[in-house]
Write a protein that binds this ligand. Structure first.
Ligand code: UD1
Ligand code: MG
Length: 459
């Protein structure tokens, strides 16, 4: 790519047809906001300091969403049209070289298509090259008017087009590569003299030609990349496309995905070879899954790291947690918030973990809640064990050492420590530290009243 290339992304429009309180470009497809998709594409052709996003409606939120990418933003305080939006980037964008205009709501545009557009613009002498498409149904897109020499003479917006012009099926994608110096020199000539009373960027074609310059058009090879998002129906379609591409890539990399059309895997997720993803699984955010792992049907994993050879049985919900190799989780387990699970750990059905570390080989096989806890290596947590980590005001920690046996239905009232090798009798309510190797029994003693039943019945 030429080093003098810069990009302006137009993203100030609201998107009324989304019928949402959230501005259009902040909706998600494939786990990323629409604007992030476009920013990532822009970063394939230009460095961050040569990319400007024009924001308007909910501009602060849009700027926040793209802040990690280190690109610039410019504010369009009123949506006066695409020409006005681009003008708002003038102070922030480089004055020379070539300038590519992208839309924040057209996330499928590929790097290859952009590269071809830039290649045509930089290898010729045109003042601008317009990316166009030939559509069977050109709908309400702007129509491309070609001159006898094959160049673009004008772009006519649908609203202003005659019947003959509407019959043209070459349309304006809205994506352009301009000679930046000529663009900025003439952009103020755009007027609002059109049926919508907006500043149309499309007018630049005629303005450049009137000043003796040439404008080229390049027809896209795959017009589906143009799919802009205006409604939630289109959003769902684009989301589906991104996820289908992602699943296909993972399968090519050796991941087994059963019924791939039923799984939702976000674009930033990484999965190792020979891992099996069963139907109806969701793997979201920045999750990293190792090799040879199995993710059971109905499981939802977000922002978690799961090592190699782990088995996640069906219907687990795992958030923001790490799981070590060869561990077994579920079915129906819930790991929420900052759990660190070691290797060879078993977490069984209806076990909930929150902010808990389980060292290698520890087990909690059934029906337990472990919150704000530390569980040592090879410790066994019996069915029904509950850590009482919340006293109504504050959260407290439970420290359980290594090799501890916690009997079924134990209640561990935090803060409390069970030292290494201690043994907790079933049904105990533990409120005090248990020394290493000790047995703690904290429950009412059983007494049997012989013959009581018969007496009660008055027999
Ligand atoms: C535009 C083109 C049309 C083309 C179509 C392709 C113009 C006048 N028309 O029409 O020829 O076929 O795109 O999709 O350019 N935006 C702003 N500020 C504004 C207005 C728009 O930032 O004041 C942004 C929007 O957020 C959006 C993009 O510009 O990302 C396009 O705006 P939109 O209103 O969708 O333009 P169209 O009417 O579709
Ligand atoms: Mg549009």
């Amino acid at each position: 790519m030429p080093s003098s290339l810069s990009v302006v992304i137009l993203a100030a429009g609201f998107g009324t047809r989304m019928k949402s309180r959230t501005t259009k470009v902040l909706h998600h497809a494939g786990g990323l906001t629409l604007i992030e998709h476009v920013v990532r594409t822009a970063l394939t052709i230009a460095p961050p300091d040569r990319i400007v996003t024009v924001v308007g409606h909910q501009g602060d939120r849009v700027a926040e969403a793209i802040a990690p990418y280190g690109i610039r933003t410019a504010l369009q305080d009123a949506p006066l049209g695409t020409g006005h939006a681009l003008r708002c980037a003038r102070e922030s964008a480089p004055a020379g070289g070539q300038l590519v205009v992208l839309y924040g709501d057209v996330p499928l545009l590929s790097e290859a298509t952009l590269a071809r557009l830039i290649m045509q613009q930089t290898s010729g002498s045109a003042a601008a090259t317009v990316l166009t498409a030939i559509l069977n149904d050109p709908a309400a897109y702007g129509r491309i008017i070609r001159g006898e020499d094959g160049g673009v003479e004008a772009i006519v917006e649908y609203k202003a087009a005659s019947d003959a012009q509407r019959a043209i099926n070459e349309i304006n994608s809205g994506i352009y590569c301009f000679d930046a110096a000529l663009l900025w020199k003439h952009i103020d000539s755009i007027t609002t003299n059109n049926p919508a009373g907006e500043f149309y960027l499309t007018d630049m074609v005629e303005i450049l030609r009137a000043n003796g310059h040439r404008v080229e058009g390049q027809v896209m090879t795959d017009s589906s990349e143009l799919l802009g998002i205006n409604t939630k129906v289109e959003l769902a379609e684009v989301d589906r496309l991104f996820r289908a591409r992602k699943a296909a890539q993972l399968m090519l990399d050796g991941v087994t995905i059963e019924r791939p059309e039923t799984v939702s895997i976000d674009l930033d997720v990484l999965i190792g070879a020979d891992t099996v993803v069963e139907p109806n699984v969701r793997i979201l955010g920045k999750s990293v899954i190792g090799a040879n792992t199995r993710i059971g049907t109905g499981t939802v994993i977000s922002n978690s790291a799961i090592a190699d050879a782990v088995t996640v049985e069906p219907y687990c919900v795992i958030d923001d947690s790490a799981i070590g190799e060869e561990s077994r989780i579920g079915p129906f387990a819930r790991l929420r918030l900052k759990n660190r699970v070691g290797a060879h750990v078993h977490i069984g059905n209806f076990v909930e973990l929150k902010n808990t570390a389980m060292a290698d080989g520890a087990k909690a096989n059934h029906l337990a809640y472990l919150g704000d806890s530390e569980v040592g290596a090879k410790t066994n947590i019996g069915a029904g064990t509950i850590t009482c980590n919340y006293d109504g005001k504050l959260k407290h920690r439970t420290n359980i050492g290594a090799g501890v046996f916690v009997g079924s239905n134990a209640t561990l009232v935090a803060p409390v420590t069970l030292e290494d090798g201690s043994y907790i009798a079933a049904g105990s309510v533990i409120t005090e530290q248990v020394p290493g190797g000790a047995l703690a029994i904290a429950r009412g003693r059983q007494s049997n009243k012989e013959g009581w039943v018969a007496k009660k019945k008055g027999g």
